[in-house]
Design a protein around this ligand. Structure first.
Ligand code: PEP
Length: 241
């Protein structure tokens, strides 16, 4: 069975001290059998790279698509690789809904060029779900990856489940991930597919037991060492069997 992936998107949270405390607790865990990724804000990446156990992989929450230049305030994929990142989130809904879709293809291509693995987030809003547009929305979001042959992680994150405390039902996740995998196959793209949206210790077992799901992208629960480690442990145990 493939190694499950459990990634924590810290969003715009934590200062140096609180992040050091969190990483110190994460460092005590035994990480075999699970690919664990932490995605701190840019300000904490360098510190995280220097103190995190090297079995914990580092990812950023965003990048620009240019290599370098006069782009005040932006960070390039090459800069992220330079400080030890292996992954980068592209298209998180909290950004997609503000900044639009147009740059995402360029960001994916630039990540590939630099050797980063994108965690490409897709998902429908509540309104799109209610109007029966889920499949067309996901298709459109996946069309961005056409002809991009690269290592990729796709995170299915229904927007209505993010930060609400209410995850999608496993049967819904399974059906949606089946659909996503079918579309990826049609495009000839090989990708791991994660679920994200209110994953917590309480629901992790049910989610981890669905083997079509390659892992979890965790927001809120990733800021608490005990919750995050419980989720990792659950994936580790469930997938061992
Ligand atoms: C996220 O924002 O990627 C996420 C999954 O958040 P949460 O787990 O808090 O819903």
């Amino acid at each position: 069975m493939r190694k499950p992936i459990v990634a924590a998107n810290w969003k715009m949270n934590l200062t140096k001290k609180s992040a050091e405390d969190l990483i110190a607790k994460l460092n005590e865990f035994v990480y075999e059998d699970v690919e664990v990724i932490i995605m701190p804000p840019f300000t904490l990446l360098d510190m995280a790279a220097s103190i995190a156990d090297n079995r914990i992989k580092l990812g950023a929450q965003n990048c620009y698509y240019k290599k370098s230049g006069a782009f005040t305030g932006e960070i390039s994929p090459d800069m992220l690789v330079d400080i030890g990142c292996k992954y980068v989130i592209v298209g998180h809904s909290e950004r997609r809904h503000i900044f639009g879709n147009d740059l995402l293809r360029k960001k994916l291509a630039a990540s590939k060029r630099a050797g980063l693995i994108p965690v490409y987030c897709i998902g429908e809003t509540l309104d799109e779900k209610r109007k029966g547009k889920k499949e067309s929305v996901l298709s459109e979001q996946l069309n961005i990856i056409d002809n991009l042959s690269m290592s990729l992680i796709v995170a299915y994150e229904p927007v209505w489940a993010i930060g609400t405390g209410v995850a999608a039902e496993v049967v819904t996740i399974r059906e949606t991930i089946k659909l996503i995998r079918q579309k990826l196959r049609e495009k000839g793209v090989k990708a791991s597919v994660l679920y994200g949206g209110s994953v917590k210790p309480d629901n992790a077992k049910e989610i981890a037991s669905e083997t079509l799901i390659d892992g979890a992208l965790v927001g809120g629960s990733g800021l608490n060492a005990s919750s995050f480690l419980q989720i990792i442990d659950i994936f580790k145990e469930v997938r061992k069997c």
